[in-house]
Design a protein around this ligand. Sequence first.
Ligand SMILES: [Mg+2]
Length: 373
Amino acid sequence: MADKSICHENKTKGILLGTAVADSIGLPMEGISPKRIKKLNWINEKSPLTHHFLLGRGMWSDDTEHTIMLSQALLASHGNLNKFQRSFAWELKWWLLALPAGVGLATARAIIKLWLGYSIKHSGVFSAGNGTAMRAAIIAAYFPDHPKKRQSFTIAQSTLTHTDPKATIGALSVTELSALLIKSKTPPSTQQIIHLLSNITNIIDNQIHGSKSAKQDWKSITNLIQKSWNSNHTETQFLTELNQITGGSTKRGVTGYIYQSLPIAIYSGTKHNWEYKTVITNVISLGGDTDTVAAIAGAMCGAYGGHKSIPHQWLSKVTEWPCSINDLEKLATAISEKKQLRVRPRFSPQLIIRNIIFLAVVITHGFARLIPR
Ligand SMILES: [Mg+2]
């Protein structure tokens, strides 16, 4: 029994730290094309990818902040779905007031609706952005043995901000796949993963009304993952074919559309046996929404390999305040033991100071990108 709990705690740490580290590593390349990333020469065989946010150090963005807030809402809920949804709504409302630099459009609109008095049942907006998948993996660590609870909590946090069934299919895929990876001692086979992904639309049939096109496109995507795996395609080849289903351009990189971001994270993870460093480096090199695609992939790789699979060089250079990597480790232990804990205040002057520093660095990166290379 003791061994199982140590293993689960390490895997829970893997999800939280895996999200934070990948988010921080990917952030400086957000919105850049793969061609420009090549020119920057930050990813090459001689010197591996490292932090480039500020003087060789990294900070995390909304992907990790949401994961922390969702974790705290889970712990406060004691398994009560309504309490969880209300608690997470309050976390989001106060989060927006601390002026975060990066907010997804759908998330911002949903939070404003919450402040305007819309109920948690009517705050979501029709969007298929990747905002609900980026924060969902930790639900798998809280409910590793209760699929029904895992699924209803995943749907509740997803529809709070995004109502397009595609966003829910994406978030459910993240939690279900993470639950499988938490339990796996060897990498799950492609057949297992395809089977799991194909079943996701059956879950939403029972709980929410899925649109026909959301299901059809999801089926095409799972078929493409299988086909590309059989042909041993690279991530770039996979993205080129994925664009034929979802629209988008391989030259511009992976978009924030959930049916783009998530399949890339899953394909790369499956292709490289969820090996953290390889998967994160490969998905970032595709460009586009690098921090979120990396955060989703990082959570799943961490769910498989645990926190020790994350390169120490990457982990040790994440510099955050007032909520640190150390706090994330404590949060993971609390989730594993189902003990209540808050490591991040809902609102504090420190959070505003932190967000102003963060914004200043993001603006500096924006100006640096204007310099022709
Ligand atoms: Mg982000």
